[in-house]
Design a protein around this ligand. Structure first.
Ligand SMILES: [Zn+2]
Length: 75
């Protein structure tokens, strides 16, 4: 029975040591940088509005382009 208690005490000590080591290691490594910057997905969120299709050849072209990139005709 004493061995079981001893193992439990040792396990608790090891656990505390590991936690302290993790705190010491993780504290200085990433101080100033915020962990997760906000991902800007507005560009890829609505691809339908940023692109259109050519009326002549049906190629997908940017919305603000005046000429088709595939066939070269004016839109
Ligand atoms: Zn075209």
């Amino acid at each position: 029975m004493a061995i079981v208690v001893l193992i439990g005490v040792v396990a608790a000590i090891v656990f505390l040591v590991v936690v302290n080591l993790r705190r010491k290691i993780s504290a200085p490594t990433k101080p100033p940088i915020p962990s997760e910057p906000v991902k800007r997905e507005k560009i890829s969120k609505e691809p339908e509005k940023t692109s259109k299709f050519c009326r002549h050849c049906g190629a997908k072209i940017p919305h603000d382009s005046a000429f088709c990139e595939s066939c070269g005709k004016k839109l």
